[in-house]
Write a new protein. Structure first.
Length: 427
């Protein structure tokens, strides 16, 4: 991906742009650093608008302590330095104040990744740091201790979160997954009892069992060029609307009866290009590319359903609240939802993990979407436009239901009116 060619300063500026535009920090809040192979520490500056910060604003400190740059380094520099001194495998650190995690921070609670086990694959071990004055050595010690014990993310009491990684995008993906987890759990608690997942995440099993059979670029690659461009456009739209997530969503599009395009194994949708998308032909992937581990599921669905042209899997926050709670999502409550989504069945991937054909068989023209317990939603469509519309409608409808359940009692559309909807729109 093209970000690998960026300088540390450019990489930090791009990451801060994404964090700020996604509402995960404020104009004055948060800081990012990177440690290079030659022990140079690059960090965001103090007192600069995080919504407009550029590579030229970044500050560099070498191992002798010399500071280069036109600004002062972030006031939180001490805890960044302390983390790097404790963990040589960590090369990037992010501190931010996303609202969902701030809520858990204020409540002095940790979000439980076991609720959505696939998130745990991105997040890793979570720690906790008791409150201390921002910028102080005492705070540095309290944050560094759980990282030294093997944590990959640390929630700060009344102060936000710190995530780390071997790369800056790994640290970002942890931040994104942890904030999305917090947001989903908050929404789920508003509507019912949260249910823990049973068994291992299916994604982990698929990744472990993956046998990549590569081929030279298929003949259909040239025909897929426009589809790739369309996929990237919709991915960017989904990210901007918080319906798709860089390391947690997967999208595929049929090219012909045997071939389809899919997002890559390493996620990174926030920086995806047409070159990163993987073309699979008869179940075999292009040489040098690794498809998302759910490619076998998508392959099964495309083989069984000739009318399906696009598949999207995503933990969109409001619809996923229904996937982790005991509250039922009912598409019949809103005319548009029922017309667009029809019946939405809730299924357990655990129950279907041994037979993808059984899971695929649950899909039909009358059931284009499945709510996957403790995972998210699987949406299908004849094309990208239809599938994306269904994803939007599903999450918007779920949000309306959550708000309604909070405001009072939901009043369903009378059954005779449902029959009128079916007569006008669904026959």
């Amino acid at each position: 991906m093209h970000w690998q060619k960026q300088s540390p300063a450019e990489h930090i500026a791009r990451t801060m742009e994404v964090i700020y535009s996604n509402g995960m920090t404020t104009l004055s809040g948060g800081n990012i650093s990177v440690m290079t192979h030659d022990d140079q520490l690059w960090i965001t500056p103090a007192g600069v608008d995080k919504g407009k910060v550029t590579a030229d604003d970044m500050v560099c400190l070498n191992k002798e302590g010399t500071v280069k740059g036109k600004h002062r380094p972030s006031s939180e520099l001490p805890f960044h330095q302390k983390i790097y001194s404790q963990r040589k495998d960590i090369k990037a650190v992010i501190h931010a104040h996303p609202p969902g995690l701030m809520a858990f921070s204020l409540a002095h609670e940790l979000p439980d990744p076991e609720i959505i086990p696939s998130f745990g694959l991105s997040i890793g071990k979570i720690g906790y740091a008791a409150y201390a004055l921002p910028g102080s050595q005492r705070l540095s010690v309290r944050i560094a201790e759980p990282f030294a014990a093997g944590c990959q993310a640390v929630l700060l009491e009344n102060h936000g979160v710190v995530t780390a990684g071997a790369t800056l995008w790994e640290a970002f993906h942890r931040l994104e997954a942890l904030e999305l987890l917090a947001a989903i759990l908050i929404q789920a608690k508003r509507i019912g009892q949260i249910k823990k997942a049973a068994g291992r995440p299916l994604l982990a099993e698929y990744a472990e069992k993956k046998e990549t059979i590569e081929i030279e670029t298929p003949a259909s690659a040239r025909a897929a060029k426009e589809l790739k461009e369309e996929m990237v456009r919709f991915i960017m739209r989904g990210l901007n609307r918080r319906l798709l997530f860089s390391s947690l969503s997967v999208l595929s599009v049929r090219v012909n009866s045997t071939d389809f395009l899919i997002t890559p194994a390493d996620g990174g949708l926030v920086n995806i290009t047409t070159h990163d998308l993987v073309l699979l032909s008869k179940g075999r992937s292009e040489t040098g590319k690794r498809p998302h581990p759910f490619d076998r599921l998508h392959h099964t669905i495309y083989r069984q359903h000739a009318a399906i042209g696009t598949i999207i899997q995503s933990p969109a926050p409001h619809i996923t609240a229904f996937a982790v709670s005991d509250q039922r999502f009912d598409s019949r409550l809103i005319p548009e939802s029922y017309v667009v989504l029809r019946e939405t069945l809730r299924v357990s991937l655990n129950d279907l993990r041994q037979n993808l054909q059984d899971l695929s068989s649950l899909l039909s023209a009358q059931r284009p979407a499945l709510l996957l317990e403790n995972e998210g939603v699987l949406i299908t469509g004849a094309n990208l436009l239809q599938a994306f519309d269904r994803l939007e409608v599903a999450d918007f409808s779920a949000r309306a239901m959550i708000d309604a359940l909070t405001a009072g009692k939901i009043n369903p559309i009378p059954q005779n009116e449902i029959r009128e909807i079916e007569k006008k729109f669904l026959t």
